[in-house]
Design a protein around this ligand. Structure first.
Ligand SMILES: Nc1ncnc2c1ncn2[C@@H]1O[C@H](COP(=O)(O)OP(=O)(O)OP(=O)(O)O)[C@@H](O)[C@H]1O
Ligand SMILES: [Mg+2]
Length: 437
C-alpha cells in the first residue's frame, strides 16, 4: 500500500561502478535523479520521502527478499584526505569543500549513533538494519542508513480524507509515548517529534524515526549550539514554549509538548493546533489560546520580558474547546491533552506518567518496559570545542567519528521486538489505509 507518498517518476538506471572507486559489490543506481551507491543486493523501488537532509527510498534486500527503507544523507563529509579538502589553489584561492554544514555533519553522526544505541531495543523505535560501509575513509561522504520499511507516516494519515477514529488515536498515542519514554530513559531528547517523523504500518505499529536533532536531557540550548544555532531547524509548530522563549536549560519536556500538539491534531481531525509564522508569532498563538502564563511559569528573564510585552490574555482552562471540534467529549483525552500541553515544563506530565493516565485504562496492547543504558553524548564535547575553533577540524573529527561508528556497526540478528497489536485494531487500520489509497 502506498498513501499519498511522493511517487517515483523515473525508472532506475543502473551503472557499473567505476573501477577502483567503489567496492565490487557496490552498484551505482540513479533513481529520481539521485545517485545511490549501494551493495548489489539492494534493488531500489521508489522514493518514499525527501526531507531537509535525506532522500529516502524503498528497496528490496534480494538476499532476504524483505522490503527495506534506505535513507541517503548526501555529501555529508568532505572527500579526500583532510589536508586536501580545504586547501589553497595555485592562485591563492581557498578551496571550500562542497559538503554540508557542521550542523548537518553533526546531525548525521547523532542519527547514526542514536539509532544504533536504541533502535534494536524497542518496538516503537524504527529499526536500523544496516549502515552501508564506506569503501574507504577518503571516499566516505554519503551516509546510507538501511531501516525496516513502514507503510506511511502520520502526516500521510492526517492529511488523508478519512477521520482517524478515537481508538486509532489511543493506540498511536500509546505507542508514541512508549517510544518517548524509552528515549528519555536513555537520556535522549528527540527534539523533532512531528507527524512526518512518526511511521505507521498497516498492522498498527507506530515507530518513531529521524534522530538527527536529538540531544542529551537538560541540554543547554544556547551555549551548546554555538555555530549550530543558525541552522536550528526544528519544526516550529511542534516547538515547546521554553524553546520559543530561548530558555537556557531545556529538557525532555520539549518532546512531551510535541506529542501534545500531535494528540490535539489527531483529536481535532487533522488541523495543526498552533501555526505561527515565526517563533514570536507561534508563542503569541499559544498564549492567545491558553492565556498568559504566570511569571514563574516562564523560565528565563528574556522570556518574561517578552511575555510581559504582549497583551494580557485571561487564563482559559478549557482552551481545547476553542481549537477542537465539540464532538471530542472524551474527558480523559482532554485531561491528558492539557497535561501534555502544560506551558511550564516543570508542570508538564512525563511520558512515564502519561502512560499511566486513565485515558489508556482499557488499552489492550502489551508493551513491556525495556531496559536501556544511558546514551553517552561525551563524544560531542571535543566536537563542540573544535566547532568553535575551526570548521575544517570539526569536519575532519566528525567524519572520523562517523566512519568509526559505521565500521563498528554489526548487524544484529533476530527481531524479538515486533508488537502484536489487537486483531480488530489491525483490521480497522487496514481499512483506514485502504480508504486513503
Ligand atoms: N523506515 C521508513 N519507512 C518508511 N518511510 C520512511 C522511513 N524512514 C523515513 N521515511 C519517510 O521519509 C521521510 C523523511 O525521512 P526522515 O525524517 O528520516 O528524513 P529527514 O531528511 O531527516 O527529514 P526532515 O529533516 O524533513 O525531518 C519521513 O517523513 C517518512 O515519510
Ligand atoms: Mg524527518
Amino acid at each position: 500500500m502506498r498513501l499519498k507518498r511522493k511517487q517515483s517518476v523515473h525508472s532506475s538506471v543502473h551503472h557499473s561502478p567505476s573501477p577502483g572507486v567503489h567496492k565490487s559489490d557496490h552498484i551505482l543506481t540513479v533513481h529520481d535523479g539521485e545517485e545511490f551507491v549501494l551493495p548489489s543486493k539492494y534493488r531500489i523501488e521508489r522514493t518514499i520521502g525527501t526531507g531537509a537532509y535525506g532522500h529516502v527510498v524503498s528497496a528490496v534486500d534480494m538476499e532476504t527478499n524483505k522490503p527495506v527503507a534506505i535513507k541517503k544523507n548526501k555529501n555529508i563529509y568532505p572527500i579526500g584526505d583532510d589536508e586536501c579538502t580545504a586547501g589553497v589553489t595555485s592562485c591563492g584561492e581557498r578551496i571550500v569543500p562542497q559538503t554540508r554544514s557542521c550542523m548537518s555533519q553533526m546531525r548525521v553522526l547523532r542519527e547514526v549513533k542514536i539509532m544504533k544505541h536504541c533502535c534494536t531495543t524497542h518496538p516503537s523505535v524504527v529499526r536500523i538494519l544496516d549502515i552501508i560501509s564506506p569503501e574507504s575513509y577518503d571516499s566516505f561522504s554519503d551516509v546510507y542508513i538501511v531501516m525496516e520499511l513502514l507503510d506511511a507516516d502520520l502526516r500521510d494519515l492526517l492529511d488523508g480524507p478519512a477521520l482517524i477514529s478515537n481508538e486509532h488515536i489511543k493506540y498511536i498515542m500509546y505507542q508514541l509515548l512508549h517510544a518517548v519514554r524509552h528515549l528519555h530513559a536513555a537520556s535522549i531528547t528527540h527534539r523533532d517529534i512531528k507527524p512526518e517523523n512518526i511511521l505507521l504500518n498497516e498492522d498498527g505499529q507506530v515507530k518513531l524515526c529521524d534522530f538527527g536533532l536529538a540531544r542529551g536531557c537538560n541540554f543547554l540550548e544556547v551555549n551548546n549550539t554555538a555555530r549550530f544555532s543558525n541552522n536550528y531547524v526544528q519544526t516550529r509548530y511542534y516547538r515547546a514554549p521554553e524553546l520559543l522563549l530561548d530558555c537556557d536549560l531545556v529538557g525532555t519536556g520539549v518532546d512531551i509538548w510535541s506529542v501534545g500538539c500531535i494528540f490535539g491534531e489527531m483529536l481535532g481531525g487533522g488541523g495543526i493546533l498552533f501555526t505561527g509564522s515565526s517563533s514570536a508569532n507561534q508563542l503569541k498563538k499559544i498564549i492567545r489560546t491558553m492565556g498568559t502564563p504566570s511569571m514563574d511559569e516562564v523560565g528565563s528573564e528574556k522570556g518574561r520580558f517578552f511575555v510581559n510585552s504582549l497583551d494580557y490574555v485571561e487564563k482559559n482552562e478549557e482552551w481545547y474547546f476553542d481549537v477542537l471540534p465539540r464532538h471530542c467529549v472524551d474527558m480523559y483525552a482532554l485531561d491528558l491533552l492539557c497535561k501534555l500541553l502544560a506551558f511550564d515544563p516543570k508542570k508538564r506530565i512525563t511520558a512515564e506518567q502519561a502512560l499511566r493516565h486513565p485515558y489508556f485504562r482499557n488499552i489492550d496492547l502489551d508493551i513491556k518496559p525495556v531496559q536501556i543504558s544511558k546514551f553517552c553524548f561525551d563524544y560531542e564535547k571535543s566536537l563542540f570545542v573544535a566547532n568553535t575553533q575551526d570548521e575544517e577540524r570539526f569536519a575532519s573529527l566528525c567524519k572520523r567519528e562517523c566512519y568509526e561508528t559505521i565500521v563498528g556497526f554489526h548487524k544484529r540478528s533476530g527481531d524479538k521486538r515486533q508488537l502484536s497489536t489487537k486483531k480488530s485494531f489491525k483490521q480497522t487500520l487496514r481499512e483506514l489505509f485502504k480508504t486513503k489509497k
